[in-house]
Design a protein around this ligand. Structure first.
Ligand code: COA
Length: 328
């Protein structure tokens, strides 16, 4: 079994394998709809394939590398996803080899952190991935959300003409991804997503985005702008049955506090599973930022902090956030 970069000719076969094996119930969207950046053809350089002796695809893995704003300056993160092994090739260590190859690629390309999201962490633990960081998950069903909108504020569906205003609101978040040219239009235009905006005086003041296809159904995965208006939009999203919960990333504790005050009961959970392919780069970033590094620099939990067994947040020296649209 040979592991190498996924070729252009293998791209369609990989997408078909991901669609068949990771979403067998056939949701209304495809994997490419939900992960347009990680699985897009223009990201081929970050996809790996295992090919069998007959030249057939036996497994694959995709990584999306972007730079994030963090408490230690801008840091590149490789988000790993769409991990799949063909059914007749499982249990032979193929996925473990693909994961190791993805980490090696990150090491070579000087990407210090790797992240992934899974409900089966045992598949990745052998490569050093551990739950780390935190984010808040809050239910909207019982929250006392404000309705109606204040006088002069119009609540309406998001439209492509709102793109640059939406990007500006996203860029106000303290911890976020530096999205590349073209990323935002692909993310906000995902078929499985419904956006809502609050507008006054012809200016978009707040946004919420509900769902991300089969990934994050019923969730508000991204929001931005004036907190009072975001709360109005959450009320509208709930009334239209677009979302029953909201993701509040690290750094947005003030908003999590607002939700708690309205009875939404935010719950802190780890922000995915993380590994540190290049601790040397993290050490350099911490030194430059004047942040004391953890004693074990190859331990992601020591850098990012996490959630204790009691559900309390335990911050680490490196603060960052991955918004729902940026997870893969
Ligand atoms: C999950 C999947 C990728 C594993 O592929 P694989 O090639 O059989 O995996 P490997 O043999 O390399 O095993 C990798 C690790 O996962 C563990 N593992 C694999 N299948 C497992 C299972 N069913 N239960 C528990 N652990 C399992 C192995 O013990 C191994 O751990 P180690 O490396 O620490 O020893 C494969 O079953 C698959 O494609 N499933 C459908 C798609 C999917 O669920 N993808 C993952 C999305 S998060």
């Amino acid at each position: 079994m040979q592991i190498a970069g996924l070729t252009d000719a293998q791209h369609a076969e990989y997408l078909a394998l991901v669609n068949a094996e990771i979403r067998p119930s056939g949701p209304g969207t495809t994997a490419l709809d939900d992960f347009p950046l990680a699985l897009g053809r223009d990201n081929l350089a970050w996809m790996l394939a295992a090919t069998d002796g007959q030249g057939r695809l036996a497994g694959g893995i995709a990584t999306l590398v972007r730079t994030f704003t963090t408490s230690c300056g801008d840091i590149a993160i490789g988000a790993i996803g769409s991990v799949v092994t063909r059914a007749d090739c499982r249990g032979q260590g193929l996925s473990a080899r693909l994961q190791a190859a993805a980490l090696e690629l990150l090491r070579r390309q000087e990407v210090p952190l790797a992240a992934l999201w899974t409900d089966r962490p045992e598949i990745y633990a052998g490569r050093g991935f551990v739950p780390a960081g935190w984010e808040w998950h809050a239910g909207l069903e019982t929250a006392a959300l404000p309705v109606p909108a204040p006088v002069g504020v119009v609540l309406r569906e998001w439209a492509p003409g709102d793109l640059s205003a939406t990007q500006h609101l996203y860029e106000r978040h303290r911890w976020r991804t530096h999205r590349r040219e073209g990323d935002a239009s692909r993310l906000y235009g995902m078929p499985g997503t419904r956006g809502l905006v609050a507008e006054s005086g012809g200016v978009v003041r707040a946004t919420v985005f509900c769902g991300k296809g089969a990934d994050f159904p019923d969730y508000v995965t991204e929001w931005g702008g004036d907190h009072d208006l975001v709360l109005c939009l959450l009320g509208l999203a709930r009334a239209r049955a677009l979302a029953t919960a909201i993701l509040v990333p690290a750094g947005e504790e003030a908003f999590a506090g607002r939700l708690a005050g309205l009875g939404a009961l935010p719950l802190a959970l780890p922000a995915g599973c993380w590994a540190v392919p290049r601790p040397d780069i993290l050490l350099g970033a911490a030194q430059k930022a004047g942040v004391a590094p953890p004693p074990a620099p190859d331990d992601a939990r020591a850098w990012l902090g996490g959630v204790t067994a009691d559900g309390d947040v335990e911050p680490g020296p490196l603060a960052l956030a991955v918004w729902g649209f940026d997870s893969v």
